[in-house]
Write a protein that binds this ligand. Sequence first.
Ligand code: AKB
Length: 316
Amino acid sequence: MKKILVIGAGGQIGSELVVELRKRFGADSTVASDIREPQSGLSGEGPFEVLDVMDNERLKEIVAKHEIKEVYLLAALLSATAEKNPEFAWKLNMEGLFNVLNLAKEGVIKKVFWPSSIAVFGPTTPKKDTPQLTIMEPSTVYGISKLAGERWCEYYANQYGVDVRSIRYPGLLSYTTLPGGGTTDYAVDIFYSAKKNEPFSCFLKEDTALPMMYMADAIRATVDLMEAPDDSIKIRSSYNLAGISFTPKEIYEAVKKLNPDFTIEYNPDFRQQIADSWPGSIDDSAAQTDWGWNPEYDLESTAKIMFDNVLTEVHD
Ligand code: AKB
């Protein structure tokens, strides 16, 4: 049985990825780890370890103890939080990556997944159908760390033969675990207000289009990429990945169909500037060609699932 470690398993992606990996490969296949014990869920359903990814010795200990061969490294500070603490964000986002890449370089682990983001793009990047290869001048500390991380992933792949795979995630919509500190979080928060029938204050302007995706698509993309044959992975920096693209006004209209009394007002804050520097839509033809990526969920189906399910699940 292959043994997998998910670092940052308590987060928005990690909490759903662990469930999927255990479903596919067995409950004991996947060791969930996070900086703190989860309050519910994760730990009961399979192995769990407390891990701060910056603690290299503890990381090595866990990898040896469970004979880990694959690592999904999800621990990071997202865009809005990172702007409030740039030095710590850089430290966390880069040190964790080096710790894991070096284990792969030494041959201790065989495969690494590391998430990049649409934040690698910046104000000088073409905004519409942003290509895989284009101008990349990110203006946020999160984007800078993700772009640097991509360069290091490619370097470790080329120089040391490390099997590292990555996706530039768009904003992710899910209802089991809240996102923490991103610029795209409004697209999750809106459903909580709609469900509670409270007016929603949106921190972005009504016409700010951003690339987004329903979590089930993102999880499928992640595991498909990791399971794809090695020679099909032509890009070792990170793959563009597209799902849906919408503005706050468009998602509000989709939600209003589900709750006709729902109201919104727009109160842009510092996150508007971050959003303005990112693409509105993404060209993911390389992911489609190389490993067969194809999204399933559109805005309408995503909105329906989100609206039906928020506030019905237990949150960590
Ligand atoms: C964020 O908003 O920071 C993240 C991202 C797009 O990487 N959701």
